[in-house]
Design a protein around this ligand. Structure first.
Ligand code: GLN
Length: 231
């Protein structure tokens, strides 16, 4: 029963650029798996969305402060976050990998000693780097978006970055001059999130819409549109 969301407009925060999940296309429209998914669910459940590409950390904070109703931004479902957020059913598996410049000889964590590593503020990649930096003796620098983080590595300012596996893989396919050198860590699926205890009707409508899109094959065609049929 979606009567509580019907006709309503919800403000949804997202990342600025996190392809294939959210990115501006050449007409400056936000597209990607997350964008197609939330729009298809809204359409099916009879509500409207106002997308705000705030950046990952800002989008998460906007939901916490009540300035946005929900966030869809390749956001990993973690136990720590469950203290502040209610998550939808998972919709995509992910994990954190280390990437280095294409011509780099670094291929494991123990080679980061004394070096500088780039991460994105508020992400599980940043959490992961911060949790191991003492052990491996590297320094962490933060960026607000993935593109600036990649650039810091490709230009040689940092020797590595930590990014979500599907996103790093996609960026490399699209020409980002980095390579992935580790297996995914902190494996956790993505979910849509609302502030804990708030917007429960929206969360239920998301879950119902997701289940319907999976059953109808629309979810698979959205994925295939960005990733090809084999993922
Ligand atoms: N999946 C990661 C997280 O939830 C990164 C999300 C992102 O950068 N948009 O922290």
């Amino acid at each position: 029963n979606n009567s509580k969301v019907k006709g309503k407009t919800f403000t949804i925060g997202t990342d600025v650029t996190f392809p294939p999940f959210e990115f501006a296309n050449k007409n400056n429209k936000y597209v990607g798996i997350d964008m197609d998914l939330i729009r298809a669910i809204a359409n099916e459940q009879g509500f409207k969305v106002k997308i705000k590409a705030l950046g990952f950390n800002a989008a998460v904070q906007a939901v916490e402060s009540g300035q946005a109703d929900g966030v869809i931004a390749g956001m990993s479902i973690t136990n720590e976050r469950k203290a502040q957020f209610d998550f939808s059913k998972p919709y995509f598996n992910s994990g954190v990998v280390m990437a280095v410049a294409q011509n780099s000889k670094i291929h494991k964590l123990s080679e980061l000693r004394g070096k500088r590593v780039a991460v994105k503020t508020g992400t599980s990649g940043a959490d992961y780097a911060n949790s191991i930096k003492k052990k491996y003796g590297f320094k962490v620098v933060t960026f607000d978006d993935s593109n600036n983080m990649y650039a810091d590595v490709s230009t040689g300012n940092s020797v590595a970055c930590f990014e979500d596996h599907p996103v790093m893989q996609y960026a490399i396919k699209q020409g980002t001059k980095l390579k992935i050198v580790t297996k995914p860590a902190l494996n956790a699926p993505y979910g849509f999130a609302v502030k804990k205890g708030h917007n429960q009707a929206l969360l239920q409508a998301f879950n119902q819409g997701l289940a319907d899109l999976k059953a109808s094959g629309t979810y698979d065609s959205i994925k295939a549109k960005y990733l090809g049929a084999d993922e």
